[in-house]
Structure formats: structure tokens, C-alpha cells
Design a protein around this ligand. Structure first.
Ligand SMILES: Nc1ncnc2c1ncn2[C@@H]1O[C@H](COP(=O)(O)OP(=O)(O)OP(=O)(O)O)[C@@H](O)[C@H]1O
Length: 262
């Protein structure tokens, strides 16, 4: 059985069918990109999976459990983590404290008792930081980190909940090409090592073609194509919706990204 099963999912805003009966599945250990032009329904889909928006119709099952109708907190408890377009860490805390806060939350401890919190599972937090290559910077405040490093910390924070599914909203937004590739290569490594599934939206086609195992293409709320890079690149419907958008499917771009990542 797939980890995530989305069936006939729909959501309208007034007369606008933001998402119009889409179906897709996601396996553990797989990176699935949700792409499409502006207004295609990507964010709406994302927000239904994490419970911020309630679907009008259809079903979203995680490991067989229905998520539609659950609160975001309940969905998070079932193992759906997320990262944000603009990295969300506490800049006044150190790197390791940010991960400790996430572990506290996972352990259902209140963080009003800050003194014990600062010691809470420090070694587990350091292990997580080690996985994302940030252990050496554990005691620096997040406010002084380079943006790419903040994104790594955010990944460690997301891992603290042991997610089965990680939702990443434009993970590489605002990053230079080298940082982008480093972050995505790291994400791919974690996904494979820990058998996590990742659903991500992304405007950079280079990133999508270099790192997604499969992609789902939306346009005006409908799913117009689904598959691996080669099939998507050659799909006439996909070329039509992207034509003139400034986003191209040049092989050179995708190859260059892969080469840089290797
Ligand atoms: N809260 C809302 N109220 C009204 N209409 C909305 C709302 N959220 C989204 N929409 C509409 O639903 C459609 C899909 O929007 P959505 O944000 O999901 O697309 P998107 O693919 O994420 O676009 P982008 O790439 O620009 O972020 C659009 O027509 C949008 O205007």
C-alpha cells in the first residue's frame, strides 16, 4: 500500500475550483514534486494534506488513516511534518536549542519551563544536527547563520518529529544554485536513509528534474500529467501550460544541476 493516497480531492473558493478531483499516491522513500503554473492548485493541495484547509470532497489517507477532517496538530502527530518557504526557526535561540524545542514539542512537554528545556535531549538534538551537517554550529544563535544553514536546521527540526511524510513548500526559494543543490542532495539522502516520503512544491525546474523521483503536474486545479522526468518533459499538455511562462524544460539545465549535485 502507498504511504499517501489522495483520491478525488477537491476544494473550491466561491466559484473557483482550486483543486478539482485529483488523484495521486506517494510511496515511502520517494520524492514527489507537485508542479504547475501560478494558480494551479499546488498550495491548496498542500494545505489540505497538512490540515490547514479542509477538503470539500475526496480523501487523503496516510498509512490507511483518513486525514480529511483532522486538525493540523493531529495530522502532525500522525507523522506529517513540514518546512516553510521562508525558513521558520527561532532566531534568538541557538541551533541546538531550536531542535530541542522541536523534541520537547514531540514529547508533549510544555516549554514554559525553559531551564530544564535547555537540557532536554541535547544529545538527540546533536545527532539530528549531525545528520544535516550542522553539529559544529550547534551553539551558535540561528540569527547569525547563512540562509542555507538555516534551511538545514529547519530540516533537523522537521526530522525531530520522525515524520513519515515531509511536506516542503518551495524548499529552495531564495537560495543560490549551489546551496539549492546541497539542500536537495541532503534531503534526498535523508529520505532514502530514513524511508521518509517527501511531497514538495518548487518553481525551479532544474531542481525538480534533478531531484524528484516523480512529478505531478496541476493546471487550473486538474491533474494533467504524472510520471518521471522524461515523460513529463515530453508531455504536450505540460509543454502547453508552461509555454511562455519563462520556465523551460531544457535538458541542459537539468543535467547541469545533476552534475553540480554529483
Ligand atoms: N483563500 C482563498 N480564497 C479564494 N481563492 C483562493 C484562495 N486560495 C487559493 N485561491 C484560488 O485558488 C486557485 C489555486 O490557488 P493555489 O494558491 O492553490 O495555486 P498555486 O498553484 O499554489 O499557485 P502559486 O504557484 O501562484 O502559489 C487560484 O485561482 C487562487 O486564486
Amino acid at each position: 500500500m502507498s504511504l499517501l493516497q489522495v483520491e478525488n480531492l477537491g476544494k473550491s473558493f466561491g466559484g473557483v475550483k482550486a483543486v478539482d478531483g485529483i488523484n495521486f499516491q506517494l510511496q515511502a522513500g520517494e520524492l514527489l514534486a507537485l508542479i504547475g503554473p501560478n494558480g494551479a492548485g499546488k498550495s491548496t493541495t498542500f494545505n489540505m494534506v497538512n490540515g490547514q484547509l479542509r477538503a470539500d470532497r475526496g480523501s487523503i489517507r496516510l498509512d490507511g488513516t483518513e486525514l480529511v477532517g483532522l486538525q493540523p496538530r493531529q495530522i502532525w502527530r500522525l507523522g506529517v511534518g513540514r518546512t516553510f518557504q521562508i525558513a521558520a526557526t527561532f532566531s534568538s535561540l541557538t541551533v541546538v536549542e531550536n531542535v530541542q524545542m522541536a523534541l520537547l514539542s514531540q514529547d508533549r512537554k510544555l516549554f514554559s519551563l525553559w531551564a530544564p528545556a535547555a537540557r532536554h535531549r541535547r544529545s538527540d538534538a546533536l545527532d539530528l544536527l549531525d545528520r544535516v551537517g550542522m553539529a559544529a554550529q550547534a551553539d551558535r544563535p540561528c540569527s547569525v547563520l547563512a540562509y542555507g544553514d538555516v534551511k538545514r536546521v529547519e530540516l533537523a527540526v522537521a526530522m525531530a518529529n520522525n515524520p513519515k511524510l515531509l511536506l516542503m513548500d518551495e524548499p529552495t526559494a531564495g537560495m543560490a544554485p549551489k546551496e539549492r543543490n546541497e539542500l536537495m542532495a541532503l534531503t534526498k539522502k535523508l529520505v532514502v536513509e530514513r524511508g521518509i516520503a517527501v511531497l514538495f512544491t518548487e518553481h525551479s525546474m532544474d531542481v525538480v528534474f534533478a531531484y524528484a523521483d516523480r512529478m505531478v503536474v496541476l493546471a487550473r486545479g486538474r491533474l494533467i500529467a504524472e510520471g518521471r522526468a522524461e515523460a513529463i518533459r515530453n508531455d504536450p499538455k505540460v509543454q502547453e501550460v508552461y509555454f511562455g511562462s519563462g520556465k523551460t524544460f531544457e535538458r541542459r539545465g537539468a543535467r547541469a544541476a545533476q552534475e553540480q549535485a554529483a
